[in-house]
Design a protein around this ligand. Structure first.
Ligand SMILES: Cc1cc2nc3c(=O)[nH]c(=O)nc-3n(C[C@H](O)[C@H](O)[C@H](O)COP(=O)(O)O)c2cc1C
Ligand code: SF4
Length: 609
């Protein structure tokens, strides 16, 4: 693109909007992408100079996040979700249709610069797919007719504001409520309680509730907060007052395919989530907090900003909250930019600091060394919503439900083959059979609990319980009926991990791509018994040798499916010892042309093919 003084001024004003802070680099680049439909080279130069960082620092961030692009994208940039449930609803066919009508391939920008197409891992709309994004905004319930209309609006260059509202309509889709969703707190109720009784008392209640983190790992919230409050200075023998800052981060990255419960909490219970963060800040002594919102949830941002503004106006945020001297807390929203790994807490903190979201080496953990090296609490959206309810109603109220080791309730996101996909809340301890009955799932093959990084359970295990001591989940519950091919599910999940690997460590960076190729070969019916052995040991190796939870889960889909559905694998095995993964003779064609040889001796005979 040609670069004008006006363009230069636009970049400078975006940098100024973010006070030229290096921690704001990702936010600045998001704004540049929105304005220019790419991040131009000249823009990177200006940003690097203004932020006083190197050009390669800026380039590394642009290259890391999938919603940023060095290449010019269309004025309408349309992405369709490639999540397995969207694929099951026909997203691939819809893309073929869209691509044919617009005359542009996925991954390309049309020559006139009007439109570009692509796939994205997941949009958080698995209950109302096939779904997509246009210029970062949700598109829900796509079908052939809607795609035709979209093509028409694009070709006539109608601005998104004038597209029909139903294209973007996203419902909460709550099918059943439980402990949390049935008892939303009144705004300020938890904070009033905290100010009245003191934060020590609130901490006792959180501890009494037995609340464990809802993001997946299930770490006890009270322990995490205590470690953060005590901080590294405690073990170093320094008085707490000497210490500087503490931070509270709400993890709203929600990138695990099949998970969308945080979307609902942020859409309809944002006050409660922010109140939980503020309670946490009072307990650990933090003055600043962040909501890290996944890039695909852009549509929620204006209303979340409005909730924050109304809380400031009611003195539920800001200085001397509810009149309590020294109780100061502010929350900022930071947007992600399309990287599943940024849900991992240390990668999220890197991203918040404006860097590529690569997981840190741990220990030290965020509670000691988090945002800008300071003690930081990272909790999930649902965890903070629960905190506010516990502060308002008491720890005993919460602990009276659930199981011994898993107190309270869990909100799950149900998608896939069932009559009523959507949001369901259950006390911990509910059986899988009961959930399947409620959502109208029949003739099932199995259920993927916890998304691609979780595990599959077959239809012989529906007596199992949703609980940390049995089936733990961040909230994703994908149902597959008997018409589904388990190998295609494994293929989709394995591709997902290869796409989302951050590239920091070799076992995951190289291993997930090798595994993807081997799974493709197997699914396409070109693998023998030896291939299967190799593929299995590769999956185990990636699991054991990778640096973070992503790599450690990347082999789960293959290993889980193999354990539960061995016959499906046997049926696809080819009766050979070895078949190459590519045609060597065909691959040598270019070399033959360059050396002007096409005699029989220049060709390879590959036996047994
Ligand atoms: C690859 C990966 C992705 C993750 N994504 C999320 C996420 O989207 N949301 C979340 O709350 N936790 C996610 N986690 C877990 C976080 O690292 C962290 O444990 C969690 O935010 C802590 O909050 P909790 O204690 O309230 O569960 C992810 C972990 C890994 C390894
Ligand atoms: S395991 Fe994968 S995602 Fe995690 S640090 Fe290594 S390369 Fe990155």
């Amino acid at each position: 693109m040609t670069w004008s003084e006006t363009d230069q001024e636009k970049i400078l004003s975006l940098v100024r909007k973010h006070e030229a802070k290096p921690t704001q680099l990702l936010q600045i680049l998001r704004d540049v992408q929105e304005e220019f439909h790419c991040v131009p080279k000249d823009a990177m130069e200006i940003i690097a100079t203004e932020l006083k960082v190197s050009r390669t620092t800026v380039l590394a961030v642009v290259e890391f996040y999938s919603l940023l692009s060095l290449e010019q994208q269309g004025r309408f940039h349309i992405l369709l979700s490639d999540s397995i449930t969207d694929q099951m609803l026909g997203s691939r066919k819809l893309m073929d249709h869209l691509s044919a009508k617009l005359g542009v391939e996925p991954g390309q920008t049309r020559a006139d610069g009007l439109v570009s197409l692509g796939f994205t891992s997941c949009t958080g709309l698995c209950d109302q797919g096939p779904a997509g994004l246009v210029n970062g905004h949700w598109l829900s319930r796509l079908d052939g007719e809607r795609i035709d209309s979209i093509v028409d609006y694009v070709e006539r260059e109608i601005p998104l504001d004038n597209w029909p509202a139903e294209f973007f309509k996203v419902e909460d889709n709550i099918q059943s409520t439980g402990l949390l969703l049935e008892s939303p707190i009144e705004n300020g109720a938890a904070l009033k309680q905290a100010v009245r009784n003191g934060f020590d008392d609130i901490f006792v209640e959180i501890n009494r509730s037995g609340l464990r983190g809802r993001g997946g790992a299930g770490f006890k919230a009270a322990w995490k907060w205590r470690f953060c409050f005590e901080g590294p200075e405690n073990s170093a023998g320094l008085p707490l007052a000497v210490q500087t800052d503490r931070y509270v981060i709400c993890n709203a990255d929600e990138g695990e395919p099949g998970t969308f419960k945080d979307r609902i909490l942020l859409n309809s219970h944002a006050h409660q989530v922010f109140e939980g963060m503020t309670v946490c800040a009072g307990v650990v002594g933090a003055k600043r907090g962040f909501l890290y919102l996944r890039g695909e949830y852009l549509r929620l941002r204006p209303q979340l900003e409005a909730v924050l503004a109304s809380r400031r106006a009611k003195n539920l945020l800001g200085t001397s909250i509810l009149g309590r001297q020294g109780f100061d807390f502010e929350i900022e929203i930071h947007m992600g930019a399309g990287a599943y790994i940024c849900g991992e807490e240390s990668a999220l903190i890197e991203s918040l600091e404006g860097k590529p979201g690569m997981p840190r080496v741990r220990p030290p953990y965020p509670i000691d060394n988090g945002y800008l090296g300071q003690p930081t609490v990272v909790n999930n959206v649902e965890t903070f919503a629960s905190v506010a309810a516990i502060a308002a109603y008491g720890g005993a109220w919460f602990a009276s439900r659930g199981t011994d080791k898993s107190k309270g309730s869990k909100i799950i996101s149900i998608s896939g083959d069932c009559e009523r996909p959507g949001i369901y809340e259950y006390d911990f301890g509910v059986s899988i059979a009961e959930i399947l009955l409620d959502c109208g799932a029949e003739h099932t093959l199995g259920v993927q609990v916890g998304g691609p990084s979780g595990g599959i359970i077959s239809n012989k295990e529906y007596h199992r319980k949703l609980a940390f001591e049995d089936l733990a989940t961040g909230g994703s519950f994908m149902i597959f009926d008997k018409t589904r091919d388990i190998l295609e599910i494994v293929r989709n999940f394995t591709h997902f991990f290869a796409h989302e690997s951050c590239g920091f460590c070799t076992p995951c960076r190289v291993g997930t791509t090798l595994l993807k190729n081997q799974v493709d070969k197997f699914c396409d019916g070109h693998s023998g018994a030896l291939d299967l052995v190799g593929m299995t040991s590769l999956a185990k190796f990636i699991k054991s040798a990778s640096h973070c939870g992503l790599g450690q889960s990347a082999g789960n889909p293959l290993l889980g499916a193999l354990a539960h559905y061995p016959d499906a694998f046997k049926a696809r095995l080819k009766d050979i010892d070895f078949e190459p993964g590519f045609d060597l003779d065909e691959s040598l064609e270019t070399a033959r042309r360059m050396s002007l040889r096409d005699d029989p001796m220049a060709h390879l005979e590959q036996e047994g093919i």
